[in-house]
Write a protein that binds this ligand. Sequence first.
Ligand SMILES: [Zn+2]
Length: 105
Amino acid sequence: MPIKVSIGFLDSGNKKSTAWGCWMYSFHWVPADGQRHASLDSRPGGGYPTGMPVSTLCERNLPADNSDLGWLWSTCGDCNAEAHRIAGTRPDANGSQAPSPGRGR
Ligand SMILES: [Zn+2]
C-alpha cells in the first residue's frame, strides 16, 4: 500500500463507493518521470503498474513508476491545478488581485 496523500478528497481508497457516481474525483495520482501526476485513466486494482503508460492531467503520456520511492516525489504543479479544477476547488495561488478603484484617468 503506497503512502496516502494528505488531502482527504484525493484519497481513492474507497473503491466500493463508485456506485453513487463520484465522477468529479475520477482522477488518480500516479508517480511518473520524477513527479506525482494525476490521470483520468481507469486505474487497475492496486494502482497503475510500473511502466504502464498513463495520460496525465498536464497532457503528457508517461510510464507509471509504482515504486515506494515514487510516492515521495513532489506533486506536478499542472496536474495539481487541474485536479483542483476537476474537484471544484481552487488552489489559492493567486488570491491577491486587488482591483484599485478608478482614479479618474
Ligand atoms: Zn503532471
